[in-house]
Design a protein around this ligand. Structure first.
Ligand SMILES: [Zn+2]
Length: 539
């Protein structure tokens, strides 16, 4: 076998021998080409000045570290006009000048560092059979970043913001929508920073952005030549946010629908057996004494024994890992004391059981609201007593059957999703909820028509329907939509561009998600430049 193919550049170097060391493999290698080129003037020279030795780390072999003893040479440059009198021969494919690691090991470290982060790379390296500190990884990443993105040209740019810490500070991510790669990260989301960046890129033709005024202003001042396009993804997000707000403002519609549905359901299922509260019914008025649990009995005995041995309360508590008060209490007692709480005593809720059962069957299954109701009737206990009382009912299949939709109705966000996409209903009940909701409120029907209409305009790029849609909004008398339409018209050209342009920020959102993942992987410790390095690194 030709062992020389084990190394990166068999033309320039030759393996002399392998030496097995205690915890490593040593490969002795020498350079074999008769001449070398001067790095300064590139003239070939065969005039040997001296030989010397370089010690290198290479990729591990079966997790065993590999070291290379490289016998290399220095040559004289014979070009009389060259300032470099003596030079070391270059082995670009094997090792760069002054490096202590071979090129392929350095590459492996770089790949790992960008994929895992510095700390994780340092840990992983040890397991794989080579050593690298986290500081080295950080340096590798920073150095690499300087060589990425020197002259990144971009013509179709997507702009979006992301949170370093939600609600506190934000940055801006810039994505090349053609190559689908992030091309830069800005440390904030101000107009000045973005505008400065844009000014350095006169080649930009289209900027796809969300509808914030800050970015609008930045593009106007930094890239006046570029056409601005409102991002369709954000337009659709604005739409669903707006409908959600409509349901938050009109929450009573949701609860109303739910109680109607529950009443109908109950009418159908009126023959179901009542849930039975076994525990409270059984105990009637006599106190039943439950046996002491074995665990507590054992603890009690142990404490007594240790006390007899003369141990302190504090010592016993520490040894048995129980509270000092427990030890004190048990020492004073003749037998295991009963818990003061609940077990065995009749529930104070009992006098209200019939009423609770009735309400439960009517569909009210929220402990807190039931508690409020019986408090009006004179119940003086805590809400937890009511919750304990009904928890048995909740467990039974009957309890579940009664309530396909909770008494508060579906959440506004869920309702919005259903409204815009009825096919997304997970079950009959959700579908029925939506139908009922549209039945009881004509406004909801209008919201649905407007919402789905806008969705169609954006998704199918039906710019021709936009004016029609605006007229419908005007006539709809739904103020959430009317405000939004005004807002869209303030930015009209950009919105209309969105309806005809083929560019959208959908993938920018994907990049923001990737960014979030990397940011979390870095535990928030990383500096901005490292985050930037990892986002921009490819491959
Ligand atoms: Zn030279």
């Amino acid at each position: 076998m030709d062992t020389n193919t084990l190394l990166a550049d068999p033309v320039a170097i030759e393996i002399e021998k392998f030496v097995s060391l205690d915890n490593a493999i040593l490969i002795v290698v020498k350079t074999i080409q008769p001449t070398a080129n001067c790095p300064k003037c590139n003239q070939s020279s065969g005039s040997l000045k001296t030989r010397y030795l370089r010690s290198l780390s290479d990729l591990p072999w079966h997790n065993v570290p590999v070291r290379i003893e490289l016998h290399t040479r220095k040559f004289r440059c014979r070009n009389e006009f060259c300032s470099q009198k003596v030079f070391c021969e270059r082995l670009e494919k094997v090792v760069v000048p002054f490096a202590r690691r071979t090129v392929r090991l350095a590459q492996a470290i770089e790949f790992l560092a960008f994929a895992l982060g510095a700390r994780a790379t340092a840990r992983t390296a040890t397991k794989l059979g080579f050593q690298v500190g986290k500081d080295v990884c950080l340096r590798v990443m920073r150095r690499r970043l300087n060589s990425i993105n020197r002259n990144n040209q971009v013509s179709i740019l997507g702009v979006d913001d992301f949170a370093f810490r939600r609600g506190i500070n934000y940055g801006t991510i810039l994505v090349d929508l053609e190559s689908r790669e992030p091309i830069d990260l800005l440390p904030d989301r101000t107009a000045e920073t973005l505008s400065k960046w844009l000014a350095a890129h006169p080649e930009i033709e289209v900027v796809s952005r969300d509808r914030s005024t800050v970015y609008a202003e930045a593009v106007r001042s930094g890239a006046p030549q570029a056409a601005q396009v409102a991002d369709r993804w954000h337009l659709l997000k604005n739409l669903s946010d707006l409908i959600e707000r409509f349901f938050i403002n009109n929450h009573c519609l949701l609860t109303q629908t739910s109680s109607l549905m529950r009443a109908e359901h109950l009418a159908k299922e009126s023959e179901i057996p009542l849930p039975v509260a076994e525990k409270p019914d059984d105990v009637s008025n006599t106190v039943t004494v439950k046996p002491v649990p074995a665990r507590r009995q054992k603890l009690f005995d142990l404490i007594k024994v240790l006390r007899l041995q003369g141990k302190s309360i504090r010592g016993i508590a520490r040894e048995l890992k129980v509270a000092r008060n427990t030890v004190k209490k048990y020492i004073c007692c003749e037998a295991v004391p009963y818990h003061r709480s609940g077990a065995g005593r009749p529930s104070t809720v009992l006098p209200f059981a019939e009423y609770l059962k009735k309400r439960w069957r009517e569909g009210e299954q929220n402990g807190f609201r039931l508690w409020q109701e019986i408090r009006q009737q004179g119940f003086s206990g805590e809400v937890d007593a009511v919750r304990r009382f009904i928890c048995e009912w909740r467990k039974t299949a009957v309890g579940k059957m009664i309530c396909p939709i909770s008494s508060r109705g579906l959440a506004p966000r869920k309702t919005t999703k259903l409204l815009l996409n009825p096919e997304s209903a997970k079950n009959e009940a959700e579908y029925a909820f939506l139908t009922k909701l549209c039945e009881i409120s004509p406004a909801v029907g209008r919201v649905q028509r407007l919402g789905m209409g806008f969705q169609e305009i954006v998704k199918e790029k039906r710019a021709d329907l936009f004016d029609d849609w605006l007229t419908q909004v005007k006539m709809s008398e739904i103020k959430e939509f009317q405000n939004w339409a005004d807002n869209l018209l303030a930015d009209e050209e950009v919105v209309r561009n969105a309806l005809s342009s083929s560019w959208s920020n959908g993938q920018t959102e994907g990049q923001v998600n990737r960014l979030k993942t990397i940011k979390r992987q870095m535990y928030g410790r990383a500096n901005f430049d490292l985050l930037r390095a990892r986002i921009l690194h490819r491959g």
